[in-house]
Design a protein around this ligand. Structure first.
Ligand code: FE2
Ligand code: FE2
Length: 147
């Protein structure tokens, strides 16, 4: 079965993983604060766009049939925004603490697994596929670094 929306969103999770790995490697290599700030800003922009795209276009289409799942995923998005604010502030202060970053990443990975097994699975089978795919593609591409 073709699952283009599922593939698109999983691909965006992989992109976020890649951006985060880049940030982590730079931090470990002792990169300058300015470089770390730029990498963080890019990661944050792509993540916030991903959260917003899901909330605006995907969740509302599944909410009627899967209210509890969607509500819990929305709550997790709010936690991510709070963690992004916290780590962003630490980046500004050049005082990033590993626990906050590790918590964000661990939660993101658990959330991604959960979406993979729920809303991403339903995205292709329970929504009007083609229109949603195009809309999501446009929203996610808008956050592409350098675009
Ligand atoms: Fe999500
Ligand atoms: Fe997601």
């Amino acid at each position: 079965m073709s699952t283009p929306i599922h593939d698109l969103l999983l691909g965006d999770h992989a992109r976020l993983d890649g951006l985060f790995d880049e940030l982590e490697s730079a931090a470990e290599a002792g990169a300058e604060a300015q470089t770390l700030r730029a990498l963080w800003t890019r990661f944050e922009a792509v993540l916030r766009a991903h959260l917003a795209a899901e909330e605006r276009e995907l969740f509302p289409r599944l909410e009627d049939r899967h209210g509890v799942d969607v509500q819990e995923l929305r709550a997790e998005h709010e936690q991510f925004r709070a963690l992004l604010d916290r780590v962003g502030l630490e980046v500004d202060l050049h005082a990033v603490r590993a626990p906050a970053v590790q918590e964000l990443i661990a939660r993101l990975r658990a959330h991604a697994d959960r979406e993979d097994a729920t809303v991403y699975l339903w995205a292709d089978t329970e929504t009007e596929g083609v229109g949603l795919l195009a809309t999501l593609q446009a929203l996610l591409a808008a956050a592409t670094p350098g675009a």
